[in-house]
Design a protein around this ligand. Sequence first.
Ligand code: PLP
Length: 374
Amino acid sequence: MPIYLDNAATTPVCPEAAQAAWETMTAGFGNPSSGYALGQQAAAAVKVHRETVARCLGCLPEEVTFLSCGTEGDNWSIRAAADYGLRKGRHLITTAIEHAAVLEPMRALEGQGWEVTYLKPDRQGHISVEALAAALRPDTVLVSMMLVNNELGTLLPVAQAARAIRASGAPALLHCDAVQGFLKVPFTPGDLGVDLLTISGHKIRAPKGIGAQYIRKGLRLKPLLLGGGQEGGLRSGTEPTAQIAALAAACAAWRPEYRRQMAEVKAYALERLGTVPGLEVVSPGEAPHICAVSLPGYPSEMLVRDLSDRGICVSSGSACHKGRPSHVFAALGLPKRVLMGVLRISFSPDSTRAEADALAEGLTAITQNRIAMR
Ligand code: PLP
């Protein structure tokens, strides 16, 4: 097995989630809409899984809608919130460092005549709530702000954003992409004061193909999919019962001490990476599992390949898209040499100090080989 330090991209499925999926696929496979016992047992299981996810999220079961992924939840939130606010205004606010799953629907709305304000980060990747307060207008109908940035590991001021919206009197709903924050940083949708919040299973050791959407009780959104009326009529389609079971199992298997464990390994990794000649820390990240570094003068793609040859997986991924730096690192205004050498390193509860040592040694060897070749 390679040393896997790209857990913000995706995670291996934990045994509890795999077991739950297997049992649901092979034994409890009924359609929850079927009237016979096998179907009704499946419906009862989905009810229990919704309660589990809600408990881990800190909300009511009826506030949880299952869907296929973070992208689906982000897209739906933005389109449905814009539709919801249509009569009150046509101004939306987000940040320049959101995931494409938020930025692309925002751009699509711009193409349909909506006005979008993109809040810029500072050099460290932080978004100022004062800038948000200044951007809010009487016609602002949606603010979408992520909880943890997926490339920098920085925390965004979502709770303060909720307070700023209330203080401004703007009719804006608040959506939070919590795909990288769920279980990694402590929060509840109620504490944050959000109306909509999106999570994704494959970032927390559930399989790909399952996510969940928090919709504040009382908020009536336009359905995402029309059809058989599943998920309270909001997202029709036969429930993916195995994925739902796996999501609930992964949530339940997640231990509070994982945060401290990941933070400790990350801190150790940053210390060790400090010994790599020329390496710069771009973002230590407040979240326990993500940080970004750069080896100026070494293209990210080459570093990813060379590390892969040594059995180590890290990302330039989001960081370097088809040879171009990502919008997130570009937004920091980094010098070009730093920008082009960026790596994102992301940890899981299974990450170890020995893996951090191997990464630091691998990068040191790459720099030494380069010097030897000159
Ligand atoms: N939002 C953030 C912050 C992410 O990191 C990702 C995935 O990397 C997504 C949304 C998209 O989630 P999914 O892969 O489940 O569609």
